[in-house]
Design a binder for this molecule. Structure first.
Ligand code: HEC
Length: 115
């Protein structure tokens, strides 16, 4: 049998460990998702050239060939669908952008269009 006072210490230490683990995972995830957001922003402006056709306040673009993204507020899946397969005169980006890049631009657009 482990004596009671040692058991208490173990539980307290374990709780502290859990607490720091959770904080660590939280901070790490924040950093990670900010990185994807930033990557998506660059794709929107440069590699994907979405800004040439779409208005999006966060990207300071005001083109109106495609719909204004602040107005249609697409969720991430809608962006991924449009970018992967193309829609209307919008070109498909499959092969042009990697699936990770398409996901990043979807992450960026779906979040920034809300503002
Ligand atoms: C050549 C101009 C052009 C470019 C470049 C372009 N789009 Fe589009 N986009 C359009 C047009 C036009 C539509 C409307 C198509 C339709 O509904 O017929 C559209 C539609 C969309 C939609 C709405 C899809 C839906 O389900 O209604 C999203 C989201 C979108 N574009 C995101 C993007 C992103 C992100 C990029 C960059 C990777 C991009 N577009 C690049 C012209 C463009």
């Amino acid at each position: 049998m482990i004596p009671n006072f040692i058991m208490k210490k173990l539980i307290i230490n374990f709780s502290k460990f859990l607490f720091f683990l959770i904080v660590f995972i939280y901070v790490f995830n924040q950093a990670n998702s900010d990185e994807i957001y930033e990557k998506g922003r660059l794709i929107f402006l440069e590699k994907g050239n979405c800004a040439a056709c779409h208005a999006l306040a966060d990207a300071a673009s005001d083109s109106n060939i495609g719909p204004n993204l602040n107005q249609i507020r697409p969720d991430i899946n809608r962006v991924i669908m449009a970018v992967t397969n193309g829609i209307g005169i919008m070109p498909a980006y499959q092969g042009e952008l990697t699936p990770k890049e398409i996901e990043a631009v979807g992450h960026y657009v779906s979040i920034s269009a809300e503002n």
